[in-house]
Design a protein. Sequence first.
Lengths: 421, 136
Amino acid sequence: MNAPDIAPMSATRNTTGIWPRTAFGPDVPARRSAPPRERLRVLLIEDDAGDAFLVSELLAEADAPVDLRTATSMADAAPHLSEVDCVLLDLDLPDASGLDGLRQLLASTTGVAVCVLTGLADEPLGIAAVAEGAQDYLIKGRVDGVLLARAVRYAVERRRAEDSARRLREAELRAAEASRLERGLLPQPLIATAAVSLHTFYRPGRKGVLGGDFYDAIETGPGQLSLLVGDVSGHGVEEAALGVELRAAWRALTLAGVAGEQQLAALDRVLISARRSEEIFATVAAVEVDLTGTGRATVRLCGHPAPLLITDDRVAPVDAEPRLMLGVLPGVPRPAHGVELPERNWAVLIYTDGLIEGRVPDDPDGRLGIDGLTELVHAYRRRGGPLDGLPDWLVGQAEERNGGPLADDVAMLLLTKGSGR
Amino acid sequence: MELSLSARDAEGYLILDVAGEIDVYTAPQLRERLIALVEGGARHVIVNLDRVEFLDSTGLGVLVGALKRLRGVGGELFLACGQERLLKIFRITGLDRVFTMFPSVEAATAGGQGGSGTGTPAPDADGGADPAASAG
């Protein structure tokens, strides 16, 4: 028997959705090529005993490193599909004829290479099978052992290459999506004044998952700044997208001159109309700074930890009354809290709770908390470090106590005036 | 750290004792349990947070979701919590005015029926409105 005219076909797939995300089982290394003598697990689905015998003889004759198992129908094959590298599929089975068997197989397996077996007169069917997602086709009676073994190996390799390429595409898409969202969550502040400095900071949470933290800052007029730091509860693309919506809405409202309670009420409505679940909320700290005259800040906290006010002789959370987070009760009043700023040297640190939720082994509360953060800022001031290095240092300290990266993402805005900036 | 949940009946209330950390990883368990309890007919539910060591915003979301769900069917969710570090979280988020909170399960069973216990703030512009009405 010889059939040198069978060459591996290049498989083209026009669908990706039928292949679930996980490719190979945990016991099969999916991300590397098969070493040359790796034994392949092959399942032959063939109801004709003579043809089945022939295939096993051909593989034995070629001394192919293959463990062959035979099933006589799709139903018979089903329990074994998760345990094999390659399926040799006859296209004329008692419970599936033509491409039906292939479609069933493609829909129910992940990461398994498929070679279809066709009769001599059915070569177009083999070509059609490859177009539908099979890795290759073989014409019965025109294949010898060496070719059969090689076709099986090629099919497995091709399947692995396709899976790797698909994973790479998915990873690229995820990275592009994350980067797009990140730009939306963490925009370039619109601040030009030289009277103060604004330092921004963002660190994704453990596992690099983009969270829903966001910030923005706008100079609304001469000596007038509006700053926002917020956090959408939960982690994931949807939460990040919601953060982008809130942040963009805040910028639009601020530029349109809508401020204060009206602005927060509008953000409440944006959140409630855009979220996919009623369990999703957002916290924000909105700070307006008036640099004219002696300097004054207006702080509104919606479920958000109070910003720290850092002056020459003091570090303390702003004494603003906590107000309800966004997304619970629309229309809740959120009056502002005024803060007089020192004339020369001060800094305001607005942060998200990821910074204070890190573990601290020796602490009675077990977490860094607002008090722990305040103490850290004190310590940094005593060391005389430049204020622009504070956010990085704080996260470093929090991570050190936590024994590794913080679980949640962390966003910070640090506005400084005078010494240290 | 694991989350442990156990439910018991007492004085007409369904009490859910929660122990451990309620965070983004464990919050789904709490959500499923609360939904199952409501679907199983529980209407006056006390979530006992006394042995909760950590509660993040995802966990708060689950509790608010349960509150809305219960009020939507004519029930009520009460929280029992005497731990200052957790109470601080409810204060920061402003949710201390949304939930009916008691310092202990005993205080909740003594004063919770009818939703006007000692921990309940008087209805006012801040906390009097019904979160169930905010849906949508």
